[in-house]
Design a binder for this molecule. Structure first.
Ligand code: NAP
Length: 464
């Protein structure tokens, strides 16, 4: 769809992939659109900066596309503005024809087992934010003097966590990993990293390249018990009728590992299938984990589910990472679907409550807060384009009528409140500062991990 509405003014909240792709779709379909792209941090790019593993630089190169989008006429970046604190959803709605929420899924799921909150038990998202230098997690501490870690979950985040924990730090030293993480990983004493999947290899949520990478790590043995790869009837059937080649490819890799003998490498990654943690125990911190063996059976929806058996085992664990998926957070002034952890919507149009078809006028969603935390970065492109299609259809139908706002401009409002808003130019100077710091150590960048320091660098570069 392509239209030329009179100066459509759009606020996009969240400058991760979903926010940028929404801006791009608008720029293509509605030339002349004016976009203000907000982020709570002075830095853009969301999970591309704070979530993608540092040893996956190719994935991060998508920021070049985002640079181009941000540089289009009519597009502004307003960094360091917190929705709900510095400005409310209603204040945005009063100043823009359209508000698109693209804030992602900012928290994680719990396991819901006793002992989960013992010291040494962490969310994988916290570890990922920490090694990526996200300011929210710069002060986190992970006790890498432990020799055994466990990761619960078998998705790509679990793969990233296992790989970063196991990898030779010299191979991370040429990446943009946070300096504090590199230092801590250099003194890590971890020798064994267990990965636990509650279902079988056919249901593994990770993609094949990410799984394969574990077996390519220098100084690391990957072990899997061949009995864990014996397929139950429901999994065999699922595999046979799958159009997706991923399970078969994953299985092939796992079988090749099951045949390997230990080489005596300094680190071992042990993969376990069909087990769920039931309890974490320890006096002051996590020391042991109890697991239950699951059997798999077909469920009523054509899937395969795990059912606990009576077989239990305990293993020593000094560090635990739960990697069982992200979850969205509610935003004041907008409805929330507690069950799914997202903002209820119909094809991107925010609706009054889950199951409702009554739209909240002028408010749209895209990315993980729209569809839940699944898919790779590119998935957000079609997701955002679909939302923008609905939005433009609403403009065409007259549901949204672009009109000048009677309210004070957003810049005035934020200035009155003393919000230190940062611009795209500010980000470019911070970006340059990080690259200069990194160059001295032969790294692509040395990330600034505190918002106060970011603002200080920006202030100095503005005046200098
Ligand atoms: P995910 O792909 O949804 O995987 C979650 C894992 O947790 C699954 O193995 C799931 O098992 C398991 N799980 C859920 N609840 C559990 C419970 N109560 N007990 C035990 N296990 C449980 O989520 P993710 O790894 O956080 O990744 C989020 C998205 O980001 C994914 O789409 C992923 O592909 C993407 N991502 C991509 C990359 C990359 O491309 N390199 C890197 C990182 C993330 P069940 O299947 O049994 O539910």
């Amino acid at each position: 769809m392509s239209i030329s509405p009179p100066e459509l003014r759009v606020a996009i909240v969240g400058s991760g992939p979903a926010g940028f792709y929404a801006a791009e779709a608008l720029q293509k379909a509605a030339p002349g659109v004016r976009i203000d792209l907000f982020d709570r941090l002075p830095t853009p790019f969301g999970l591309v900066r704070g979530g993608v593993a540092p040893d996956h630089p190719k994935i991060k190169s998508v920021t070049r596309v985002f640079d181009r989008i941000a540089s289009q006429p009519g597009c502004r970046f307003l960094g360091h503005v917190r929705l709900g604190e510095d400005v409310s959803v209603d204040e945005l709605r009063a100043r823009y024809d359209v508000v698109i929420i693209a804030v992602g899924a900012e928290t994680d799921h719990n396991l819901g087992i006793p002992g989960e909150h013992l010291a040494g038990s962490h969310a994988a998202t916290e570890f990922v934010g920490w090694f990526n230098g996200h300011p929210d997690y710069a002060e986190s501490v992970f006790d890498l003097s432990q020799t055994t870690a466990a990761i619960v979950g078998f998705g790509n985040v679990a793969m990233d966590v296992a790989r970063i924990l196991a990898k030779n730090p010299d191979h991370l030293a040429t990446t943009d990993i946070a300096d504090h993480a590199l230092r801590a990983l250099r003194s890590s004493r971890l020798a064994t990293i267990h990965l636990f999947a509650r279902r079988g290899p056919v249901q593994a949520a990770c993609t094949t390249p990410e799984l394969r990478e574990l077996g390519e790590l220098e100084g690391v043995d990957v072990m899997v018990d061949p009995r864990d790869l014996d397929l139950d009837p429901a999994s065999a059937e699922q595999l046979a009728r799958s159009d997706d080649r991923t399970p078969a490819r994953n299985l092939e890799i796992l079988h090749s590992w099951a045949e390997r003998k230990s080489s005596g490498a300094p680190r071992t990654i042990v993969l376990h299938f069909n087990v769920s943690p039931v309890e974490l125990t320890g006096t002051h911190r996590v020391e042991e984990m109890e697991l239950v063996r699951n059997r798999l059976e077909a469920d009523a929806r054509g899937g395969v589910r795990a059912v606990a058996t009576s077989e239990r085992q305990r293993i020593p664990v000094g560090l635990l990472f739960r990697s069982v998926g992200y979850r969205g957070l509610p935003l004041e002034g907008l409805p929330f679907d507690e069950r799914r952890g997202l903002i209820p919507n119909v094809e991107g149009r925010v609706v009054e409550q889950p199951g409702s078809t009554t739209a909240v006028p002028g408010v749209y969603v895209c990315g993980w807060i729209k569809r839940g935390p699944q898919g790779v970065i590119g998935t957000n492109k079609s997701c955002a384009a679909a939302t923008v299609d609905q939005l433009l259809a609403d403009v065409t139908a007259g549901v949204i009528q672009p009109a000048p706002s009677s309210q004070s401009p957003i810049d005035d409002l934020l200035r009155e409140r003393g919000v230190a808003v940062t611009s795209w130019g500010d980000w470019l100077s911070l970006d340059q500062a990080e690259q200069e710091r990194g160059a001295a150590a032969g790294r692509p960048r040395d990330k600034v991990t505190s918002v106060a320091e970011m603002l200080e660098i920006i202030r100095t570069r503005r005046t200098g």
